[in-house]
Design a protein around this ligand. Structure first.
Ligand SMILES: [Zn+2]
Length: 353
């Protein structure tokens, strides 16, 4: 199963790479795009960066009819998706876990992004009403948060989301569907313009170098804008609880410790670095900036830039009550059972105290 040789395929890869290279839309390996071609659905592979789409083969072919039949019947199990892969894709790659909703939606091209301007509204407790105000008149479906993967697809199917070209996912992001990749990209641009603002958020550098980090397991973040999370009092007041979208929890853990700079900082950092990742992957030092664990997952820098952009946009939009994940939702995202989660949180609080 070779990929299609067509102008549409080339456009699909070019649009995927362009969107993947935009930190305001995609951070790290997040987000995905798909193209349906006859009975085949090509979709970004799990763990690959959309930004690489034009340079490397990252799209894997799935049996569209088989996947869609199970999605429509509402009895798909995540483990079955791998068996629906068709031969001819790049070796060793598995389809994105979001493949089921791409199969559910009838559009030829479906693109899912973690658009920071969308997330800044989609984290609000009254996001549904706000979207209606901001996007009024558009055919847009609002989907309150459900765990990504099969559960989210099931919720979209049950609520009839298939008919909408634009779907906003609570505490998560945006899905668009169109007949061509370029038309899907235009839809994303439009939503971003309507939900974003005109001002450009500040991006500060670390005010002064922080001494004594050697051997602590932490280094200053290189992510643009990340230090603002520690330097701006308004951002710092928000930044500790990062349980607002799946990838922030998966990469940073459910919370970000905020420490004062002081003589005991190196010892406290070393204790935080001893916890299992993703706990304490990021630490904010008051008045200095953001630190990232030297063993943090690839993509943590990009996620941190995205996190700072979401919180800045949220403040620039005037704030509002945030809908945070429950402890059970965090545990589910980390594939931890509730008890393991509770114990890890207790340990984190003990070392952070
Ligand atoms: Zn997503």
């Amino acid at each position: 199963m070779a990929h299609p040789q067509s102008a549409l395929w080339d456009e699909f890869l070019a649009v995927s790479a362009r969107i993947g290279g935009d930190i305001g839309l995609i951070q790290g390996a997040g987000g995905n795009s798909s193209l349906k071609d006859g009975g085949v659905m090509w979709i970004k592979a799990s763990g690959c960066w959309l930004a690489e789409a034009a340079r490397q083969p990252i799209m894997v072919p799935l049996d569209l009819a088989a996947l869609r039949a199970r999605v429509l019947a509402g009895n798909l199990a995540e483990a079955e998706i791998a068996a629906m892969a068709l031969p001819g894709g790049p070796g060793g790659l598995r389809a994105s876990v979001e493949a089921p909703f791409h199969a559910l939606l009838p559009s030829r091209c479906v693109i899912h992004v973690h658009c920071v301007d969308t997330i800044a509204t989609a984290i609000l407790a009254d996001a549904g009403a706000r979207l209606q105000q901001r996007l009024g008149g558009r055919n847009c479906h609002w989907q309150p948060y459900v765990k990504p993967g099969v559960p989210l697809t099931e919720a979209l199917r049950a609520s009839g989301a298939q008919t909408a070209p634009v779907i906003v996912l609570g505490n998560h992001g945006l899905i668009v569907g169109a007949d061509t990749p370029r038309a899907a990209e235009v839809l994303i641009d439009g939503i971003r313009r309507l939900l974003g603002g005109t001002g450009t958020p500040a991006m500060s550098v670390m005010a002064a170098p922080l001494a004594g980090l050697d051997g602590t397991g932490y280094a200053p973040a290189s992510a643009p804008g990340a230090h603002d999370l520690a330097l701006s009092p308004a951002l710092r007041a928000l930044a500790g609880n990062c349980a607002i979208a799946p990838d922030f929890v998966v990469f940073f853990g459910p919370s970000i410790p905020i420490l004062p700079a002081g003589p005991d900082l190196p010892a406290r950092l070393a204790a935080l670095a001893a916890q299992p990742l993703p706990l304490n992957a990021v630490v904010l030092v008051e008045g200095y900036g953001a630190l990232i664990r030297t063993d943090a997952m690839r993509g943590t820098q990009a996620l941190l830039t995205g996190y700072a952009m979401v919180l800045k946009r949220y403040l620039m939009n005037g704030g509002g009550e945030i809908r945070y994940f429950t402890a059970a939702e965090c545990a589910e995202l980390l594939n931890w059972d509730a008890e393991k989660y509770r114990q890890a949180q207790n340990r984190a609080e003990a070392t952070d105290g």
